[in-house]
Design a protein around this ligand. Structure first.
Ligand code: FAD
Length: 503
């Protein structure tokens, strides 16, 4: 990059390793010839122009938290990292918070809270940046109460590449009269690294009024009540296990309408493999909710009802910021050192079917497998998420009640085949009646693009006849394809699981 101020990081530079490493140890580090590290939007334009002019296949990086090898793939010869774009400021012109794409969600929570005591319903996890989480339809513990992260996207600045190969920055907003509105729409769940490179997100509550910064995003909770419940596998029978999962899923199916009085409750049930000895359910709610303790007691009673099980519970009240900035790691306590992982996902609209429950139990109680770092996290969803129309954003899954993350982690490369095969068998068995993947608009509603899973491309694993893009984007896909053709006519931004232009 002669005569440019954009930092170029090459092998041998101490910044190279962290900028090319995947959070998933399975992928290790990438081997690009160089990484470009813009610190302004104009530098981001220069960086994209450079990789396009060079004809280098490139990837976009913000944190490397992606589950698949989009960053580290050996075909990637250059990386443009937005990890240095981390500012947070209030933009009075848009009456919205202008946030650098590369900021971690944890740092965003801190800055929004310390500056204005506001927040957004993003996820947990210190490594994760806002960029990938936003454009891939991220969610977090406040989503039932506040909605999807993308519902707070007022505008986005994107570096796009024209048909003539010229990189330029464009601002696209949700305003009905914005001629670039479709580009904004594509960034409300249409996937990362697909339409352009995001430099800035403007965040604002839908329908916010006035110019007081503190009124433009939801007030953050002051304190949370946290409940951690543990069930032992010792006393577990198939009947009790199934009843527990049925209760949890039925409760969510019944309490996920936007006007449900229980949307303040966020819970994640995390059945682990029997070799873990026990499994947990973490529940949290705003301590300021009227009758909070009673609501929590009623929820726990509903989940445990008729199981005949006893459980251990720890209940505490903690400051909200303290909670969202401290994190126990992917999977939970005790999984440190198990850096290699595979994840799969599903939306769930209804209670589990009996067939699904049998498959869950069969695999999680499998005596022939021995990995305690294996679980399915069944997280509450819906509520305010479901108040938004199917077409309003590129996240059409607006009547689900839960999001499922199937996860197994391990330490050694030599064990890859065993753990991958086991997780794949489990998932295929849970969805056996629908081709090994969740159905669309039935019990399930496809899979979660934020927990990206290349297996969906593989017709030996996805035998449903439903393409990966339908499972991720559902009814939004044809429109996403049109937007791709308009805004990325040269297919400059692409990877294995990116929206394709129409044939
Ligand atoms: C430990 C951990 C915890 C997580 N917790 C949650 C959670 O609570 N809730 C949730 O919803 N998800 C969660 N996730 C999933 C996470 O949100 C996704 O993996 C997300 O895509 C990561 O985004 P990133 O920018 O940090 O990662 P990266 O690997 O840097 O990027 C991921 C994708 O986004 C694209 N991208 C990155 N930056 C830009 C940009 N500036 N412009 C355009 N495209 C870009 C990349 O091309 C890539 O396709 C978690 C993941 C991990 C590893």
């Amino acid at each position: 990059m002669q005569s440019s101020s954009v930092a170029v990081v090459k092998p041998g530079d101490e910044r190279y390793a962290p900028l090319t490493a995947s959070f998933n140890g399975r992928w290790g580090a990438g081997t690009p010839d160089y990484v470009l590290l813009p610190v302004t939007a104009d530098e981001a334009v220069e960086a994209v122009q450079h990789v396009v002019d060079n004809g280098d296949r490139f990837a976009i990086h913000s944190s490397g938290a992606c589950y698949e090898d989009l960053l580290t793939n050996r075909g990637v010869r250059a990386v443009v990292s937005t990890s240095q774009l981390t500012s947070v400021e209030f933009d009075p012109q848009r009456s919205a918070f202008a946030v650098g794409a590369g900021i971690s969600t944890v740092e965003l929570y801190r800055k929004l809270y310390e500056g204005w005591q506001v927040t957004v319903p993003a996820g947990a996890g210190p490594p994760v940046a806002l960029a990938g989480q936003m454009v891939n339809a991220g969610y977090g513990p406040l989503s039932r109460q506040l909605g999807q992260l993308v519902d707070y996207l007022e505008a986005v600045e994107v570096v796009v590449v024209d048909n003539d190969g010229r990189a330029r920055k464009v601002v696209a907003s949700r305003r009905a009269d914005d001629e670039n509105r479709d580009l904004w729409w594509a960034h409300t769940g249409g996937g990362g690294g697909t339409f352009g490179l995001v430099t800035t997100f403007w965040l604002r509550s839908p329908g916010a009024e006035g110019d007081d910064p503190a009124a433009q995003l939801p007030a953050a909770p002051q304190e949370l009540i946290l409940s951690q419940v543990a069930w032992s596998w010792d006393a577990m029978t198939e009947e009790a296990f199934s009843r527990l999962l049925k209760n949890f899923s039925s409760w969510h199916a019944d309490n996920s309408a936007p006007d449900s009085p229980s949307v303040n409750i966020f819970s994640a049930l995390k059945p682990r493999h029997v070799s873990a000895g026990e499994f947990l359910m973490s529940t949290e709610l705003d301590a300021g909710t009227p009758g909070a303790e009673r609501l929590l007691d009623e929820f726990l009673a509903a989940v445990n009802e008729g199981t005949g099980l006893t459980y251990r519970q720890e209940r505490t009240t903690v400051g909200w910021l303290e909670h969202v900035t401290s994190w126990i790691g992917l999977g939970g306590d005790g999984w440190e050192g198990k850096g290699r992982f595979k994840a799969k996902s599903a939306y769930l609209r209804t209670a589990f079917t009996d067939e699904q429950l049998r498959a869950m139990y069969r695999h999680l109680s499998d005596p022939g497998f021995d990995n305690p770092a294996t679980m399915v996290e069944i997280g509450g969803y819906g509520g305010a998420v479901n108040a938004v129309g199917e077409q309003a954003t590129a996240t059409p899954q607006r009547d689900s009640a839960m999001r499922l993350l199937y996860l197994t982690m391990w330490a050694d490369e030599a064990d890859d085949a065993v753990h991958l095969a086991w997780l794949r068998r489990w998932y295929a068995d849970v969805y056996a009646s629908t081709g090994g993947v969740p159905d669309l608009r039935g019990t399930g509603d496809g899979a979660i693009v934020n927990y990206i899973d290349a297996d969906l491309l593989d017709e030996t694993l996805n035998t449903s006849g439903v393409a990966w893009h339908e499972l991720y984007f559902g009814s939004a896909y044809p429109k996403l394809q049109q937007i791709k053709a308009t805004w990325d006519p040269r297919d400059a931004f692409t990877h294995a699981l990116a929206v394709r232009r129409p044939d």
